[in-house]
Every structure is written in structure tokens, then in C-alpha cells.
Design a protein around this ligand. Structure first.
Ligand code: ATP
Length: 239
């Protein structure tokens, strides 16, 4: 991927996000994490190469199919993208309304989710009156409320304290247990260590994927020398 005639920001990437998997995406600032998430969300097109979704080549999706596909994906953007003419409650309920659900059927779920992210008292205010961390939690609640098939989150805990960060990670882990495929970009390695998940690591536009901790430990027990060599080869500057 390149922007305009600029240099390649991502190159030689090839990977699958297996259905129901959970992965972290890490890498230094400017490594291309947001660009990769934008490709995955189909908000940007690869300059060359192919992305396929649920077995379909993304380039072949029609104008009608694209919004339908996006409804199956929940996204937490770095800049939140909340609607300021709607209350916090209505921002979170928006994906359900778009999906044709009735207010009386979802009101309780939305209120419960907002209470879980610590915003039970702020349901009726507009997002502009909230702090950055509170707005981030509204964006997260909106992304997860419809139990999307895929959740893409760009630094979803960037503006909250460590305790809330762990709470949000638990929310993502619960969603993953219900079957949602999750990819979370983060600089926060303490978050990464909390889950036994694979870590996709970007550096200078290249990607490498580190297996989950338990898998690496099992390998180390089975073949200690090979595992040590592999670990040395995969060591990255951010861990
Ligand atoms: N709209 C754009 N136009 C031109 N170049 C861009 C644009 N967006 C990003 N870039 C460049 O692409 C590279 C990767 O940026 P990207 O935002 O994907 O990195 P990142 O890993 O998400 O960084 P951070 O952790 O700081 O958010 C950077 O060199 C950046 O300058």
C-alpha cells in the first residue's frame, strides 16, 4: 500500500484472520497499523494485491454489497467519529436502529453495556460534553453492541486508565467468545500480555506474526533448541 505517489507503507503482507480468532497488532508509531486496519475495513484499497472477505474478493464487491458487508464489521476509530447531534445512548444504539431493531427491544442491552463501560450516568448527554476517554468508551460500545462478526479497533484503550483498559479488554474477550473475530492495534504491551493471543507486529511496512504464548511454550518444551532460535529470530524492538 502507498498513499498517492508516496513510498510503500505496507509491503509483502499475506495473512488470514481465521473466523473467531483474536489478534493484536503492534508496532512503533508510523509502522502502518492504521493503514493496515483501513485496508481490512475496506476504507482504503491496496495499491496492489488482494483482500478477500468471507471468501469473496473485496475488489468484486458491488456498491450495494459494500454497506451490507460493513454492517457485519464493528470499528473503533482512533478519532471516535461520534455524532454530536445524538445522545450517548443514541450513538451506541445506532447500529441496532440501522439493522431495523426496535428501541424497546434493545434499550435494556444498550443501558447495560453503557453501565459496563462506566457511562451509565451519561446516557442522555451529547458526546461533545464528554472527556476523550469517555468518548472512546462510547465508540467502543457502539462498535460491539450489535455483536459484529469482525471487530477492528485502533488503539481502543489509548485514552483510558489501566483499570478501564483491562475492563475493555475483558469486554473484547467476551465478544470473541461469542464468535466475533477481533483485531486490536495497540502500543500497550501490558494489554497484549493479558491474553494468550497471536501478535501481528509491523515494522517498516513488514509484518511478522508471533504465535500465542502457550503455543510458543509448548514448542519450547517439545524442541528447546529450535524454539530458542525461533524466538531469537522473532524478537522485536517493542518487547
Ligand atoms: N493520508 C495519508 N497520506 C499520506 N501518508 C500517510 C497517510 N496516512 C498515513 N500515512 C503515512 O503512512 C505511514 C503509516 O502510517 P499509519 O498511520 O498507518 O501508522 P501507525 O502505525 O498507525 O502509527 P500510529 O501508531 O502513530 O497511529 C506513515 O509514514 C504515515 O506518514
Amino acid at each position: 500500500m502507498r498513499y498517492g505517489h508516496g513510498p510503500e507503507v505496507l509491503r509483502d503482507l499475506s495473512f488470514d484472520l481465521p473466523r473467531g480468532s483474536f489478534q493484536f497488532l503492534t508496532g512503533p508509531s508510523g509502522a502502518g497499523k492504521t493503514s493496515l486496519l483501513r485496508l481490512i475495513y475496506l476504507a482504503a484499497k491496496p495499491s496492489s494485491g488482494r483482500i478477500s472477505y468471507f471468501g469473496r474478493d473485496a475488489a468484486e464487491l458491488t456498491r450495494k454489497e459494500m454497506p451490507l458487508l460493513r454492517r457485519r464489521i464493528g470499528v473503533v476509530f482512533q478519532e471516535f467519529r461520534l455524532l454530536n447531534h445524538l445522545s450517548v445512548f443514541d450513538n451506541v444504539a445506532l447500529p441496532l436502529r440501522i439493522a431495523g431493531r426496535r428501541r424497546q427491544d434493545y434499550a435494556e442491552d444498550v443501558a447495560e453495556l453503557l453501565a459496563w463501560v462506566g457511562l451509565g450516568e451519561k446516557m442522555d448527554v451529547v458526546p461533545a460534553t464528554l472527556s476523550g476517554g469517555e468518548q472512546q468508551r462510547v465508540a467502543i460500545a457502539r462498535a460491539v453492541v450489535g455483536q459484529p462478526e469482525i471487530l477492528i479497533a485502533d488503539e481502543p484503550t489509548g485514552n483510558v486508565d489501566p483499570e478501564m483498559g483491562m475492563r475493555l479488554l475483558r469486554l473484547f474477550a467476551e465478544l470473541n467468545k461469542l464468535g466475533t473475530t477481533i483485531i486490536i492495534a495497540t502500543h500497550d504491551l501490558s494489554l497484549v500480555r493479558m491474553l494468550d493471543a497471536p501478535v501481528m507486529s509491523l515494522s517498516n511496512g513488514h509484518l511478522h506474526i508471533r504465535a500465542p504464548r502457550s503455543q510458543r511454550q509448548a514448542q519450547a518444551n517439545a524442541a528447546p533448541e529450535e524454539a530458542a532460535a525461533e524466538t531469537a529470530a522473532m524478537e522485536t524492538p517493542d518487547e
